[in-house]
Design a protein around this ligand. Structure first.
Ligand code: KIV
Length: 262
């Protein structure tokens, strides 16, 4: 999947399917399922590293996981998520760090925020780095929101978000993630942009959807937002398997003759 193909989906009214992945094993499974785009999300701070939020994720963490995903991926578009403070301070930081993502194998990067990052987005797209925007409940601003709360419910906030989306498009962003905003607002943004919107907790009218892989597989259940639909219950399966393994080793049922050499 290339950036022009990704964008063509909107014109062709074909839904874009995006999931996160952080390693080679799941990248191969995601691609076998026919999924076209992988976000190496800084959500790895929570679901892989066990932190309460994404703020402590570093460039080194992100580059390590981006290399694993890009190294295993054959077809899917790989988007690297720029971690907190890798682009906020200056356009120079943004350019240098975005370049490191592309050198690690990503084809595009994602940044959170609207007005505050528009000049960074313009700088990156200006030198040919594809940028995905991210508006609404942007997790790197969790302390400003006082928690993971739906954004854009008041009319003035909704209008500001729509303006941010248009400004990101004008700055050259190739797509925008809309997270945890009212369905009606996501519909309006999607209708008014020519670039695709990718929703997570933004209702059915977006041009595509993204979910955190461990949420959709039912592996991570410490905190399950309303917008998550677990399509499997792999944590339950893993617990059952591990408990059976423990019981069988204790009882002597494993290893049996068929798992032994002679
Ligand atoms: O970090 C991440 O996984 C994300 C998605 C939830 C959009 O930003």
């Amino acid at each position: 999947m290339t950036i022009p193909e990704f964008q063509r989906h909107k014109r062709d009214k074909k839904k874009l399917i995006v999931v996160t992945a952080y390693d080679a094993l799941f990248t191969r499974i995601v691609e076998q399922a026919g999924i076209e785009a992988i976000l190496v999300g800084d959500s790895l701070g929570v679901v892989v590293q066990g932190k309460a939020d994404t703020l402590s994720v570093t460039m080194e963490d992100m580059l390590y996981h981006t290399k694993l995903v890009a190294g295993a991926g054959q077809r899917a578009l790989v988007i690297g998520d720029m971690p907190f403070m890798s682009y906020q301070a200056s356009s120079e930081d943004a350019l240098r760090n975005a370049g490191r993502f592309l050198q690690a194998g990503a084809q595009a990067i994602k940044v959170e925020g609207g007005a505050a990052v528009v000049d960074r987005v313009a700088a990156m797209t200006g030198i040919g780095i594809p940028v995905m925007g991210h508006l609404g409940m942007t997790p790197q601003s969790v302390h400003r929101y006082g928690g993971y709360k739906v954004q854009g419910k008041e009319l003035d906030h909704a209008a500001a978000l729509l303006k941010d989306a248009k400004d990101l498009e004008a700055a050259g962003a190739f797509a925008i993630v809309l997270e945890a905003i009212p369905t009606e607002l996501a519909k309006r943004v999607t209708e008014q942009l020519t670039i695709p919107t990718i929703g997570i907790g933004a209702g059915p009218h977006c041009d595509g959807q993204v979910l955190v892989l461990y949420d959709l597989l039912g592996l991570f259940d410490d905190f399950v937002p309303k917008f998550v639909k677990p399509y499997a219950h792999l944590k339950t399966d893993a617990l059952q398997a591990l408990r059976r393994y423990k019981e069988e080793v204790e009882s002597g049922a494993f290893p049996s003759d068929s798992e032994s050499y002679h």
